[in-house]
Ligand binder design. Structure first.
Ligand code: PLP
Length: 438
């Protein structure tokens, strides 16, 4: 993989660097690496280097890089009818709505379609406001909900700072972060209860990732999410679960909410919805909320809402999860991954914590295991784009494993098709890479 120095860029990488404005990046420091091929859990760069994809790219390639059923469905739909205006329908859109009603819990039954996670969140915020007639949204500090104006305002992590003061009424609460926070996870819930009481009857929704993703893979205690739903409802607020990263088998259940037996009022999803074969977002609501919009207009929509090709990819992806038993498989392989991460924790003093559920796990690094002191600060990371955890991830790349990282945590979210032997290969690469932080 290129280290980013200008001399090493091939023609495509040079064109990309000159003409594409990168996301979240500093143009002078970040150089693109051209990827030319993907097969199963592996992908290959233009120099022929092969990598195990231990993070499913941006925690979205849940089906790996050669799910032929999905690619074929995309080609067929594009050949038949690629696009119709949202006031028409297609078999693909109707069948995907039906499938989502089938795989989501409880009485979640109707879906508003968009094209990304951030749009799924925007729709959820507006639906909650229209339905409750209230304006505020409570979300948590260690969270990411998207980059557009509303969704970045309800995001808690430092990526929100550049967009502040942001959307009015976006209030932040503490998190269930047992390893690094001074507040016990269940205590943090009672704090939220008090916050809602003090806000009076003005909060439309409480928005959480049931298992926090890019902010460090935080799994709350079993009782947390059921109690949060109770607290939200006691104060007349809806519970929105953001399943954009945790959904579609990542946790060993269809959705992160299923791990805790909770049906939220609104569920948002994207990423694994098509296994990243097409951009698609979805906001699924309960029967009651859907009924409200029989009489009242949902003043929201996009040209590409329910795009036929993306919906065809979604149907084929869900059929693949079902027919290849990928959800159960993620639960089983997840146990193996958990044991192998524990081996890394035993071997490396810089591994402070390994945590997660299913194939959704994190390795949090520390420079002082007893005091749990993090490497660098969040603000440093945002300002400079480089900390020890970046160096560990880069070293893993040198050993043939791609792993995403954020703040002090390596984020492990491979395709659900990964085998134990492939996990072993990736763990060997991390074992070598962690020498950098020890
Ligand atoms: N919500 C969560 C939990 C996410 O992890 C993300 C993206 O990583 C988003 C929302 C935003 O999704 P997108 O990047 O598709 O807009």
């Amino acid at each position: 993989m290129s280290d980013g120095s200008a001399a090493e860029l091939n023609e495509i990488e040079r064109l990309d660097k000159d003409h594409v404005l990168g996301t979240w990046s500093y143009q002078s420091e970040v150089s693109p690496t051209q990827i030319v091929d993907g097969d199963g859990v592996r992908f290959t760069d233009a120099d022929g280097n092969e990598f195990i994809d231990f993070s499913g790219q941006l925690m979205c390639s849940n089906l790996g890089h050669s799910a032929s059923r999905v690619s074929e469905a995309i080609a067929e739909q594009a050949a038949d009818v690629p696009y119709v205006a949202p006031n028409y329908t297609t078999e693909a859109r109707a069948r995907l709505g039906e499938k989502l009603a089938e795989v989501t819990p409880g009485n979640l039954s109707k879906t508003f379609f968009s094209t990304s996670g951030t749009e799924a969140i925007e729709a959820a915020i507006k639906i909650a406001k229209f339905y409750t007639g209230k304006d505020k949204v409570v979300s948590r500090y260690r969270s990411y909900h998207g980059a557009t104006y509303g969704s970045i305002s309800v995001t808690g992590d430092p990526r929100r700072l550049a967009a502040e003061p942001g959307m009015p009424g976006a209030i932040k609460a503490p998190d269930p972060y047992a390893y690094g926070s001074t507040m016990d996870p269940m205590e943090s819930l009672e704090y939220i209860d008090e916050m809602l009481m003090l806000e009076g009857d003005t909060v439309a929704a409480v928005l959480v990732e049931p298992v926090v993703g890019s902010n460090g893979i935080l799994v709350p205690p079993e009782e947390y999410l059921p109690r949060l739903k109770e607290i939200a409802h006691d104060h007349g607020a809806l519970l929105i679960c953001d399943e954009v990263m945790a959904g579609f088998g990542r946790t060993g259940e269809w959705f992160g909410s299923d791990v805790f037996g909770v049906t939220p009022d609104i569920m948002t999803m994207a990423k694994g919805l098509t296994g990243a074969y097409q951009p698609l977002g979805a906001t699924v609501v309960t029967d009651e909320i859907a009924a409200h919009f029989e009489d009242e207009m949902l003043t929201h929509g996009h040209t590409y809402a329910g795009h036929a090709v993306a919906c065809a990819a979604g149907v084929a992806a869900i059929e693949t999860y079902q027919e290849e038993n990928l959800i159960e498989r993620a639960s089983e392989t997840g146990e193996y991954l958990e044991a192998r991460l524990a081996d890394l924790a035993d071997a490396h003093p810089s591994v402070g914590d390994t945590r997660g559920v299913g194939l959704f796990r994190g390795i949090e690094l520390t420079k002082h295991p007893e005091k749990r002191v993090p490497f660098g600060e969040r603000a440093d990371k945002l300002a400079k784009g480089s900390t020890v955890v970046d160096e560990v991830a880069a070293a893993a790349g040198e050993h043939g494993t791609y792993v995403a990282n954020m703040i002090n945590t390596l984020i492990i979210a491979p395709p659900l098709t990964i085998t134990e032997a492939e996990i072993d290969e990736a763990i060997d690469a991390l074992d070598a890479a962690l020498e950098v932080s020890d």
